[in-house]
Design a protein around this ligand. Structure first.
Ligand code: UD1
Length: 341
């Protein structure tokens, strides 16, 4: 059985990807330091799949402990690297923490690939690397803009590290997946997003407002140059996103002995405004949402959505789930969490 190492495997996107890998009969080793996730996520994964991933509570900043995982699992065939800090605002407050964690973790994993002969890696990147794009939809060839936060900068630097390192490592391949806005939860409602504290992202804030945890959603800006004035993003279902990782792993393993670095956009190709998301949420859940319009959030861009044609044709992957179904899954997950508190 093919053994895949998933770093950050108890996190939001990581846990959904672990489920897809297990369902495709792959064996999974998770590395997570539980800094932004809960051990109970492992129970959700097992309940959905009837299978158990190996779990290693390890901090990737610790080179020796990281190497220890590869000593215990000498048959790891590929790595999917999710584990990273990802809060934009926090990265402005604590830039060194972000650079240390996100860069060092990647470097240790690349060293391990070399030392232990692991040939493939899928890296978790972001559409943040495009900044405010000059043309829409944004293709993989769009220029990389100056990052608007240390978090965004870590994604750019990590891609550069991967690009440079892989060029020197014969036979190794890396795929960087640039996510647009992942939302929603597994249809089983056994796993989903678990934001700690006040959510920064739109959809968790919406579901928490509808469930009464938050009083009111702030819509950050209604004077953008968009049809309804609110900002536009490409919201992609997290299970669709997770499936793309399985496809990327297969592509790497089928690729043969050539070293390369490839990049793919993962989005739906459809841009939706904040007001359209609110409307779709109300329609799909029957909940009415308390919201007010506030000023723009610093660092936000006006509109970004993916040109997915390269991912569709080269990976043979396409996002399938619609926005209402996806928002309903986020709402069911929220109700599930609340029922346990
Ligand atoms: C942000 C980051 C992105 C990162 C992602 C992961 C920026 C520019 N982008 O995406 O790099 O990968 O988070 O967490 O910071 N909104 C509201 N009210 C809210 C929350 C959000 O109106 O309470 C609006 C935002 O202004 C934005 C949209 O909803 O227009 C989506 O916001 P969010 O979910 O935070 O994602 P991004 O900012 O697109």
């Amino acid at each position: 059985m093919t053994k895949i190492l998933v770093t950050g495997g108890t996190g939001y996107i990581g846990s959904h990807t672990v489920v897809e890998l297990l369902e495709e009969e792959m064996e999974v080793v998770i590395i997570d330091n539980l800094s932004n996730s809960e051990r109970e996520v492992l129970n959700g994964i097992s309940s959905i799949t009837g299978k158990e991933p190996h779990f290693e509570e390890v901090d990737l900043r610790d080179r020796e402990s990281t190497f220890g995982v590869f000593e215990r699992h000498p048959d790891i065939a590929a790595i999917i690297h999710f584990a990273a800090f990802k809060a934009v605002g926090e990265s402005v407050e604590k830039p060194l923490d972000y650079y240390e964690n996100n860069l060092l973790s990647l470097i240790h994993l690349m060293e391990a690939m070399k030392k232990y002969g692991v040939d493939h890696m899928v890296f978790s990147s972001s559409c943040t690397v495009y900044g405010e794009p000059d043309t829409l939809p944004v293709t993989e060839n769009a220029p990389i803009k100056k990052a608007s936060s240390p978090y965004g900068n870590t994604k750019q630097i990590c891609e550069e590290i991967l690009h440079d390192a892989v060029a020197t490592m014969q036979g190794k391949g890396v795929i960087s997946l640039r996510y647009f806005n992942p939302i929603g939860a597994h249809e089983s409602t056994l796993i989903g997003e678990l934001p700690i504290g006040v959510p920064n992202n739109l959809v968790p804030f919406i579901t928490q407002t509808a469930s009464g945890v938050r009083e009111c959603l702030s819509v950050f800006g209604d004077n953008y140059n968009t049809p309804d004035g609110s900002a536009i993003r490409d919201y992609i279902n997290v299970v669709d996103l997770a499936k793309a990782h399985v496809v990327a792993i297969r592509r790497l393993m089928d690729h043969g002995q050539k070293s390369d670095f490839e990049v793919f956009n993962l989005g739906t190709g459809r841009g939706l405004s904040v007001f359209e998301i609110i409307e779709a949420f109300e329609k799909s859940t029957g909940q009415s949402l308390n919201y007010k319009v506030m000023g723009r959030r610093e660092g936000d861009i006006e509109k970004v959505y993916a040109d997915t044609s390269y991912a569709n044709s080269e990976l043979g992957w396409k996002a399938e789930k619609g926005i209402e179904e996806t928002l309903l899954s986020a709402w069911k997950w929220e109700l599930n969490i609340r029922s346990k508190k």
